[in-house]
Design a protein around this ligand. Structure first.
Ligand SMILES: *[C@@H]1O[C@H](CO)[C@@H](O)[C@H](O)[C@H]1NC(C)=O
Length: 361
């Protein structure tokens, strides 16, 4: 039953690009896919983690595919599209699903996950715990499968959003200190994934302009502007993240990556919505409040749902619509060096580690 639903759910992705473009790896099998991060990559881990109500498991989440699965969108998310593009038949399952078929990989991502996990926080499996979990169950896959696999990473957004909420008056020095600790932690975890997990091929997206999220505009009452403090932290984070990845290729032999400028893509859409087919890039499709940004999925909230989801950049206060996710995935997979470097995911998959550039030229 669960498997059937999955296949049906995946059919939508099948139609969105041509099969002719599938990469062929050495073994002829599609590479495995593993994902780590927060709600943007969550495929349902949250609902297995705790009994607290998870709005992403109910309508209107999943509205475009008639199936709310725990994904924070009206349909597929970026790793779903990428999984299909690298040749997988089914979307990878949430690792916490006791019935999950892990043969093609797994998603360890969970809503609310942060890089700097504090002990007291038990609301989510944080980034470090996700990596530990992978290392713990790694024998489900051979060394070779793990070395050929693609590791998609999207983490840090909640660190900055939580900080802005808790310390709205933090000065730039404090903000930069946070960025430094977040990146130290990310680098430590990636090192662990490489050393203990056997990962080699990393696909990392930078953080979007979080200060422009509908939920941030709404809660901080920014009017027509974005919240500068958050965008400043994100900008600093993103600049240092690419340096960090570059630096890691030096001591860590065979460490290769694809770095996607998600931030630039979202900003382009916000500044020229109509060019990208949006009528709205600042308000969410589902929710309530001045930016319609709060409470999607909660039945005690009188939330509104837009009539045409494809014309919105954001589905809820902080997550993209399926339309946006599909475009992002296409660019991540096959975009040129202006958006994804030193190679895109297609090259990352097809080429062997020794044949991949270590740094952008
Ligand atoms: C494989 O994964 C399952 C499910 O998470 C886990 O319980 C099991 O211990 C893993 N097996 C090995 C050999 O790592």
């Amino acid at each position: 039953m669960a498997k059937n639903t999955n296949s049906l759910f995946f059919l939508g992705v099948l139609t969105s690009f041509t099969l002719a473009s599938l990469p062929v790896s050495g073994s002829g099998e599609p590479p495995l896919l593993f994902t780590f991060g927060d709600s943007s990559y969550d495929v349902g881990n949250t609902k297995f983690f705790s009994s607290v109500f998870d709005p992403a498991t109910v309508w209107p989440y999943g509205d475009s595919v008639d199936d709310p699965t725990g994904r924070w969108s009206d349909g597929h998310i970026v790793p779903d599209f990428v999984g299909r593009m690298i040749g997988q038949q089914e979307p990878i399952p949430p690792v916490l699903d006791p019935k999950a078929d892990l043969s093609q990989g797994a998603s360890f991502a969970m809503a609310g996950a942060v890089a700097l996990g504090s002990q007291s926080k038990t609301v989510a499996m944080n980034f470090g715990e996700q990596i530990s979990k992978f290392v713990e169950i790694r024998k489900n896959w051979t060394d070779e499968e793990r070395a050929d696999g693609v590791y998609m990473i999207n983490i840090g957004a909640d660190d900055y959003l939580n900080f802005a909420k808790d310390h709205p008056n933090a000065n730039p020095a404090e903000q930069i200190a946070l960025v430094a600790s977040v990146l130290t932690r990310i680098s430590r975890e990636l090192m662990k994934l490489y050393r203990s997990g056997g990962a080699r091929k990393f696909a990392v997206q930078n953080l979007g302009p979080l200060g422009c999220l509908p939920i941030v505009r709404q809660e901080f009452k920014t009017g027509e502007s974005c919240l500068e403090m958050v965008n400043f932290m994100v900008k600093t984070h993103n600049e240092r993240l690419i340096h960090l990845l570059r630096a890691m290729t030096v001591p860590y032999r065979g460490f290769r990556y694809s770095f996607f400028d998600f931030n630039g893509e979202i900003l382009r859409r916000i500044s020229e919505p109509s060019r990208h087919g949006y009528t709205d890039a600042t308000t969410s499709c589902c929710g309530t409040g001045s930016r319609n940004a709060f409470g999607c999925g909660y039945n005690n909230v009188h939330s509104k749902l837009c009539s045409y989801q494809k014309s919105f950049l954001f589905f809820d206060g902080r997550h993209n619509t399926e339309k946006t996710n599909g475009e992002i995935a296409n660019l991540f997979y096959s975009g040129d060096k202006n958006v994804v470097s030193p190679v895109n995911i297609r090259d990352l998959v097809v080429r062997s580690v020794s044949d991949l550039p270590a740094q952008a030229i």
